[in-house]
Design a protein around this ligand. Structure first.
Ligand code: GUN
Length: 285
């Protein structure tokens, strides 16, 4: 039997309608949530992601501004701008779009974002808080995955979860969040020896490797939940995930499509974190 498709676009759209109401209520109380996005260089994919984030903000009633720097910018200029944004009361969330040009140190820039405005949750303090089960902001993509599981009534506690990918943005925080929810978690990479032996044990399999269609049906347990975080442009121009959707959907119990799966959830959770940051700022006043 074919797997149930987890429709990220639909779940995200329902959540965004809820966030819009929350943003409106804050605005009525004189506090419009505000997001600043810092982008350095001219990575085409990043420009598209940033444009989508700004559009989503405007549709949700969140004020947003983009701070663009050329590839030739130096780190101090960008640090100075982040410092200004940390002090700006109109701005409740700040994110530095990744990847940065090679001569920039991601860690240094991200560490300069005020913890209470770090809506990506990538700052060392926020990662430390997540490790100890006291997250301030959950990183948006894995947070989106957890929300999708919740909204699809997929239980996590007690399950075997396997995460393929060890990035700071997805793999590592994903594993921590699943652990926090009570799963038994294995972290693999695309280079793990006998990868299929691990993935075949997964009740919940999350794949974020950037290797198109690397997870095939023989690597998946019957009725497993398969979450595909990958988004890859194929030579024919079409988008594909890290999971071979056509074959795996015949074996899995639940599966996310690409596009229309995890992608829309990432933006929805960014909006959620920004609104949450604004609400916390209001409480402080
Ligand atoms: N680049 C790819 N994904 C992300 C993300 O979630 N946040 C930021 N800041 N950059 C990214």
């Amino acid at each position: 039997m074919s797997a149930k498709i987890i429709d990220g676009k639909k779940i995200a759209s329902t959540l965004r309608a809820e966030w819009r109401v929350r943003a409106e209520n804050l605005k009525k109380q004189g506090l419009q949530p505000g997001l600043a996005v810092v982008i350095v260089g001219d990575n085409q994919a990043s420009s598209i992601y940033v444009r989508n984030k700004m559009r989503a903000c405007s549709e949700t009633g969140i004020y947003s501004e983009v701070h663009e720097f050329p590839e030739s910018a130096n780190e101090d200029e960008v640090l100075c701008r982040i410092h200004d944004l940390n002090e700006n009361p109109k701005i409740h969330g700040i994110l530095v779009q990744l990847p940065l040009p090679r001569h920039f140190k991601d860690r240094k820039l991200i560490a300069s974002i005020a913890v209470e405005k770090d809506v990506d949750g990538f700052n060392f303090n926020n990662i430390g808080a997540l490790v100890t089960g006291n997250a301030v902001f959950l990183p948006c993509t894995p947070y989106g995955v957890i929300k999708m599981l919740e909204k699809s009534n997929i239980q996590v506690e007690g399950k075997n979860a396997v995460v393929v990918g060890r990035s700071n943005i997805v793999g590592k925080p994903m594993a921590l969040m699943l652990l926090e929810k009570g799963a038994t978690v294995t972290i693999c990479t695309s280079k793990t020896r006998n990868l299929a032996e691990h993935t075949r044990r997964a009740d919940i399999l999350v794949v974020a490797t950037g290797k198109p269609k690397m997870i095939t049906a023989d690597m998946v347990k019957t009725n497993a939940t398969v979450i595909d975080v990958g988004i890859n442009r194929m030579p024919n121009g079409k988008l594909a995930g890290d999971v071979d959707f056509e074959s795996v959907k015949e074996k899995a119990g639940y599966i996310t499509p690409v596009p229309g799966g995890v992608g829309p959830m990432t933006i929805a959770m960014l909006l959620c974190n920004t609104i949450e940051a604004a609400s916390r700022a209001q409480v402080k006043v």
